[in-house]
Design a protein around this ligand. Structure first.
Ligand code: TRP
Length: 338
């Protein structure tokens, strides 16, 4: 028996539809970096999942694989300690998806609240790509193939975790043994970063983001455009902190919480101008992004080296997924030639 306590396994990832932004940094990248020594971590570049609603834009999906990898690496994910891999290059995941597809009904897939909301947002109505409706099964395969027990996600992904665990339970009870493991969601403490317009979460499709590779001028103009409190017209007026994007960002990026509390009190009382809080936030964001952008630019000069890292990671990921798939197929009796 091993005397070394084994680390929990984490599976996390992003669809490769565009470069990552500060919302990803706050919600997930920072945690990935922090968890590297505490867990065995698999980071998925979810190009197959991205294709489920981007079939007509496959070039966008494939060209962003390296961009998302660069964002992870530049933010501090160490490919020696974390396994970064490309979903489509692990065919075992597709095979496991096909097998798991038999353990869920179409009605259950249609009830998934995240899927329902995404169908509404994308205006699919009755024209839902079959791959899109079933991507929660593919996500369940991603998670269970690595025997992950911890999945760091935003709260919009909780129905995916619930559906994964349902599939795992149904599979295990059908074969009469605990082949697959249930997982737990780890919801980010900071929660969501709002978009700079203050209307909703930061999202590329809404055009309200600050990308991780933003230039100093882009950072400056994003902070300048940031929504504060529309009734706070003069510095002397009392202002509102709730829903004020500058304060949400200060909460996320200013480590001196005492300072932030003090500023909030002054802003509420009146006598603190938007220009002053924006100046402070801008210098914070410049300091946070500068080293990431520098590292990103440096790594981007040798894309071949980055692809080699992804190839190594994908090889490691395949070995792990293949072992689980073999157990699943054996449990189903699909192992005729062994
Ligand atoms: N659904 C995630 C996103 O929208 C990407 C993803 C795919 C994922 N498979 C996963 C996340 C498994 C966590 C676990 O970006």
């Amino acid at each position: 028996m091993s005397t070394v306590a084994s680390k929990p396994i984490i599976l996390t990832g992003d669809r490769t539809t565009g470069p990552l932004h500060l919302g990803h940094f706050v919600g997930s990248l920072r945690t990935r970096v922090a968890m590297q020594d505490q867990a065995e971590q698999f980071i998925l570049l979810a190009d197959l999942q991205a294709l489920t609603d981007n079939a007509s834009q496959h070039r966008k999906v494939t060209s962003n694989v390296i961009e998302v990898a660069l964002d992870n690496l530049a933010a501090g994910v160490d490919p020696q300690r974390s396994t970064i891999f490309i979903q489509s290059q692990v065919p075992e995941l597709a095979e496991l998806t096909t097998l798991l597809m038999n353990f869920v009904t179409v009605a259950r897939l249609e009830r998934n609240p995240t899927i329902k909301e995404e169908i509404r947002q994308r205006g699919f109505e009755r024209d839902i790509p079959a791959g899109f409706l079933t991507y929660p099964v593919s996500q369940a395969a991603d998670i269970s193939a690595f025997r992950a027990t911890l999945v760091p996600v935003g709260d919009d992904q909780l129905p995916m975790i619930e559906q994964t665990n349902e599939l795992v339970r149904r599979f295990n009870s059908s074969v009469g043994s605990q082949v697959l493991l249930e997982c737990a969601a780890q919801v980010s403490r900071v929660g969501r970063l709002p978009g700079i317009d203050g209307k909703s979460k930061m999202s590329k499709s809404l055009g309200n983001t600050i990308p991780l590779g933003a230039t100093p001028a882009e950072i400056a103009s994003a902070v300048k455009a940031m929504y504060t409190d529309e009734h706070h017209l003069r510095a002397a007026d009392p202002g509102q902190v709730e829903g004020n994007v500058v304060f949400s960002f200060l909460d996320a990026f200013e480590p001196d919480t005492g300072l932030v509390e003090d500023l909030k009190a002054r802003y509420r009382r009146g006598g603190l101008g938007d220009s002053e809080i924006k100046r402070l936030l801008e210098s914070r964001l410049q300091a946070v992004i500068a080293p990431i952008r520098r590292e990103r630019d440096r790594l981007a000069m040798d894309r071949g080296a980055v692809m080699a890292l992804l190839q190594q990671g994908t090889k490691r990921a395949r070995e792990k997924a293949a072992a689980t798939l073999r157990d699943v197929k054996r449990a189903l009796g699909l192992s005729y030639f062994e």
